[in-house]
Design a binder for this molecule. Structure first.
Ligand SMILES: CSC[C@@H](O)[C@@H](O)C(=O)COP(=O)(O)O
Length: 352
């Protein structure tokens, strides 16, 4: 795979250069800014699995682009046979990571498009799927800017905002969800600052959130995950904003491991706990969070940083990548269609 230096303007982790799809290799940040070229659905599935690309909306975008590559490379003139093969290839992409529903949301949208147009030629289907993938890519940044506009009024001037993981530009098509609210609050003239949890074990907070905010000149202070309680106790945090990988119909939120701990601490200290997410992250098919599949990743992410061992060889390890925050701990869910709080069952349904 070829690489090239980073685009110095707005951060968008997935881009098209000379007709090629490139993804910023987020495993290497902040040390190296390397873009990798992608041209096959198998490689895109691997990029999602290995977290070259990560963050729920960005995973959805990558999946849509992977589905377009999958369609483009099918050699069959019959629309129905093409569709059967397309579905099988989408299933490979769908299996790459289980928790973020944006992945299946994007793949289902691509398959719905194909299924609704089976009277067209395979060539027309392929062109249509390319447009659909590009639409999913471009819409996302606009959605995030709307989330930002809805969320900004909730954030007081001078607020010190705790965030966990990376729900920023790097996790989306651009601008970010939780960090989109921060960007919108700053754009509205409020002098806010961010406190970023480092987010063990994959360090999305220290490697990615700190990197993208510092790069954009947004005030950010890094802390270890276990420092959040102390800072809240000291009165140094005014609100929490995080993203989400999947939100059940009752408002339970799956997000990066450690989010639940932050939500419990926020409740103890009467600090508002906001979740910012697009509607594509809301899964109304699931009545509550217990139905959300939680990914367990390789224990090596816990025992090592890079090649450096942090634990004795052979130690037993658990590595759940996400946790569940019950709706009762969530002050409000900020979406592109408005802010929902209180009765999530009714409020989330009304967004659709
Ligand atoms: C806008 S991104 C929201 C979530 O996807 C984010 O908070 C998160 O948990 C990402 O997890 P990751 O494992 O890095 O994909």
């Amino acid at each position: 795979m070829a690489s090239c230096p980073i685009d110095p303007s707005i951060i968008r982790p997935i881009r098209f250069v000379a007709g090629k799809c490139q993804m910023l290799d987020q495993r290497l940040l902040p040390e190296q800014e390397i873009w990798l070229d992608y041209d096959s659905y198998e490689d895109v599935a691997e990029a999602i699995r290995t977290m070259v690309v990560r963050g729920a909306p960005a995973i959805g975008i990558a999946a849509a682009i992977g589905a377009w590559f999958a369609a483009r490379d099918i050699d069959n003139e019959s629309s129905r046979e093409f569709f059967a093969e397309f579905q099988q290839r989408c299933a490979v992409l769908a299996a790459s990571r289980p928790t973020a529903v944006n992945l299946s949301w994007a793949l289902e949208r691509m398959q719905r498009f194909a299924e609704a147009n089976l009277d067209r030629s395979v060539m027309e289907l392929k062109i249509g799927l390319e447009y659909e993938a590009l639409a999913i890519t471009q819409e996302d940044e606009q959605i995030n800017r709307k989330i930002g506009r809805h969320g900004a009024p909730l954030i007081p001037d001078q607020a010190r905002i705790l965030t966990h993981c990376n729900a920023g530009a790097l996790a989306t098509g651009g601008y970010g969800t939780a960090l989109g609210v921060v960007r919108a609050a700053l754009a509205a003239g409020n002098k806010v600052s961010v406190i970023a949890d480092e987010t063990r074990p994959f360090l999305q907070g220290s490697r990615l959130t700190a990197w993208e905010l510092q790069r954009d000149g947004i005030p950010v202070t890094l802390i270890c995950d276990n420092m959040a309680g102390y800072l809240m106790q000291q009165g140094d945090i005014d609100c929490v904003i995080v993203g989400a990988d999947r939100i059940a119909a009752n408002g339970d939120v799956a997000n990066k491991i450690g989010t639940y701990t932050v939500a419990v601490l926020a409740r103890e200290h009467n600090i508002p706990f906001y979740v910012a997410a697009p509607r594509s992250t809301i899964d109304l098919r699931l009545t509550d969070g217990s139905q959300i599949p939680i990914e367990e990743r390789d224990g090596r992410e816990v025992t090592h940083i890079g090649d450096k061992a942090l634990a004795p060889e052979g130690i037993a390890v658990r590595n759940p990548a996400f946790d569940l925050t019950p709706a009762r701990l969530v002050t409000a869910i900020i979406t592109e269609s408005g802010v929902v709080s209180g009765d999530y069952v009714t409020g989330l349904r009304q967004l659709f």
